[in-house]
Design a protein around this ligand. Structure first.
Ligand code: NAP
Length: 365
């Protein structure tokens, strides 16, 4: 079938295009996104932009059999919609090659292990250059990812085709240029125009994607953008706009004015993505938090700063003053217990409460 389409500029909005964050919040039952209603029924194809772990997470939700999803803590509205989904082909688009894919091995293995899933990777995309070899020599993780992808591509070649099978296409060396608007369904996405890329070394062993000026269209009825995150500045705090972090030394915020990293703001600390940038699995964040807490303890012990503030009591007073509605830990525990109880009845680890009203009512009980 030839789809009639109109190319539109990337910044214009079309229905059917979502950020991965919106989609993740939808299937996880975030109250602000539980009514998202992503379009899962217009065609058999979805495109995911990016090849990081978030891209893998959303691909997994689209491709995993719903009989298996049913025993996870996925929100019930999402499970019902996924049961009706017509999406059978998911395209993960990477602007660089399989050696540079931003995935981690454990997460990739989980997706490759999905039942009845056909992995498609073009053989030509798996050929490596001396610069790729060099990258793999300096990173075992990159080498492992490349091996896993090569193995999956080889196994797919020998497997029997099954009409029920779903497909995961790893598309390398392509960067999105424009979203395409359906002529039949005005205002709705019907595909992505992709520019082919090649890699260029930029010293320090890094290779970046450069457009070749050749383009191709990929049809789909849903696009998920999973191209990473960037922190935004916090009023009154120094901010490194290039790295998207608050400059710090082991979590101690570097002084505003001095620019000298030995000068830190007493009593001011940072952790997580605002400290290191938007990278890392859960364990990375645990170590990161430990380091910042270590800095706080050290500073208290060594008398570098003495808090003149009122601690948690002061925070509560401030929240009262600003009339901020708050749920205390005991309220969270009640929500947790209620969700778990509802989960037992449905054979799930928990049944998520997906409206603010239900969450607040559970916390107050
Ligand atoms: P990510 O790992 O930074 O991946 C972003 C992807 O988007 C990369 O493939 C990147 O390609 C691509 N990209 C960025 N800008 C682009 C552009 N302008 N055009 C086309 N492609 C572009 O980000 P993420 O997937 O959002 O994950 C964020 C962090 O959370 C990561 O460290 C991830 O490992 C972590 N995470 C962990 C888990 C887990 O532990 N299970 C789950 C989810 C996320 P380039 O490499 O070429 O820039």
């Amino acid at each position: 079938m030839v789809l009639k389409v109109t190319k539109i500029l990337a910044f214009q909005s079309l229905s059917g295009i979502y950020s991965a964050r919106e989609f993740v919040w939808w299937y996880n039952g975030h109250p602000d996104y539980s009514s998202l209603k992503p379009d899962l029924k217009t065609s058999d194809s979805a495109v995911i932009l990016g090849q990081g772990n978030v891209a893998l997470d959303v691909a997994r939700i689209l491709l995993r059999p719903t009989t298996e999803l049913a025993s996870t803590d996925i929100a019930t509205h999402a499970l019902s919609a996924l049961k009706e989904s017509s999406i059978r082909k998911v395209y993960l688009i990477g602007r660089r090659g399989p050696v540079q894919a931003a995935l981690t091995a454990k997460e990739l293995r989980e997706v490759l292990g999905i039942k009845n899933l056909h992995i498609r990777i073009k053989q030509t995309d798996l050929s490596v250059t001396p610069a790729d070899e060099e990258e793999m020599k300096t990173s075992r993780a990159r080498k492992r990812i490349y091996e896993l992808l090569s193995k999956a591509a080889a196994a797919a070649k020998t497997s029997e085709a099954d009409p029920d099978q779903r497909e995961l296409h790893f598309v390398f060396f392509r960067q999105p240029d424009q979203f395409l608007e359906s002529d039949e369904r005005k205002g709705h996405v019907s595909g992505v125009n992709l520019q082919k890329t090649i890699l260029e070394s930029v010293g320090t062993g890094k290779q970046i994607a450069v457009g070749t000026g050749e383009f191709e269209d990929l049809n789909c009825s849903m696009v998920l953008k999973a191209i990473g995150y960037k922190s935004v500045p916090v009023n009154g705090l120094p901010f490194d706009h290039k790295k998207g972090v608050v400059p710090n030394v082991k979590g101690r915020v570097v002084s505003h004015t001095s620019g000298d990293i030995s000068q830190t703001e007493p009593g001011l600390y940072v952790c997580g993505w605002l400290k290191r940038g938007p990278v890392g699995i859960i364990a990375t964040n645990l170590y990161c938090a430990e380091e910042t807490v270590g800095s706080i303890s050290e500073d208290i012990e060594e008398g570098v700063w003495k808090s003149s503030k009122a601690g948690s009591k002061g925070l509560m007073q401030l929240l009262e003053k600003r009339k901020v509605k708050k749920v205390e830990f005991s309220g969270w525990e009640k929500i947790d217990a209620k969700e778990k109880q509802m989960g037992i009845e449905r054979n799930k680890p928990r049944e998520k409460l997906v409206t603010w009203e239900d969450l607040l009512a559970a916390a107050a009980n």
